[in-house]
Design a protein around this ligand. Structure first.
Ligand code: C5P
Length: 237
């Protein structure tokens, strides 16, 4: 994989025209374009085809499915039918899909949102031993592994431990990525691209640091350079 293929750009905009413009602008720098809840709800499923036609080579439909089994299975089938490459569910629910053929769509289990830290987990009622995000991430990553997921979503802080658990081939997708002096926004478990990739991330997800930059192309190129530096720091396989 090239460093560029490891960069996932989050198309967190509320209409298909803006999404298409971002894809046209950033396609030379970005490996995967992510359609998340905001864009999917605002623009409808057709937006996936528009993103593809605008030049996206790979598409990640990040709906973070979480519901009763029958609803999850129908939604996953419909999502896979859109021809996307990656889809997400909450990792603790991934077993619901274990026997399903999702075509080319690879399933990722979301472990613990990168906007949550120990304080938020405590307030949500988790017992003390699971208020350490890494402990909860590893528990859910093992559920995703058992369910046959292609990989998980976690923060860069857990990437190394998750890599040790899941092995060399798993996809480890890390949002909450920020440049060294970048603003965290609503994210809690943030990390630079370089450190996340050095720790074992196969992909990083970046939204606002590129989208709101004065020069989004330069910001994306800086992310790809960070990925390359992180890859260079990995021990030889
Ligand atoms: O703008 P920012 O770089 O924070 O965007 C991060 C993206 O990654 C958002 O689209 C968000 O939905 C997604 N994401 C996340 N944390 C997760 C899973 C997905 O931030 N655990």
């Amino acid at each position: 994989m090239t460093p560029r293929e490891s960069l996932i750009f989050a198309l967190d905009v509320d209409n298909a025209d803006d999404a298409e413009n971002l894809v046209r602008l950033l396609a030379p720098e970005v490996g995967v374009f992510k359609v998340g809840l905001e864009l999917f709800v605002a623009a409808g499923p057709e937006v996936v085809e528009r993103v593809r036609r605008a030049g996206a080579r790979a598409i990640f439909l990040d709906l973070k499915l979480h519901d009763i089994p029958a609803t999850m299975r129908s939604a996953a089938r419909a999502a896979a039918g859109l021809g996307v490459d990656l889809i997400t569910c909450h990792a603790d629910q991934a077993g619901i899909f274990a026997d399903m053929d999702l075509g080319k769509a690879r399933l990722l289990g979301v472990t613990v949102l990168t906007s949550l830290g120990p304080g938020e987990l405590e307030a949500m009622g988790y017992p003390p031993e699971l208020c350490d995000p890494q402990a909860l991430v590893l528990k859910r990553a093992s559920l995703a592994l058992t369910a046959g997921c292609a990989g998980v979503v976690c923060s860069g802080h857990e990437a190394n431990a998750v890599r040790n658990l899941l092995g060399p081939d798993a996809l480890i997708v890390c949002p909450g990525i920020r440049p060294a002096s970048g603003e965290a926004h609503d994210q809690k478990r943030v990390m630079t691209p370089e450190r996340a990739v050095a720790a074992g991330a196969s992909h990083i997800v970046v939204g606002r640091p590129i989208r709101t930059a004065a020069d989004p192309v330069a910001a994306a190129q800086a992310m790809v350079s960070g990925i390359a530096r992180g890859l260079a720091q990995r021990p030889p396989a």
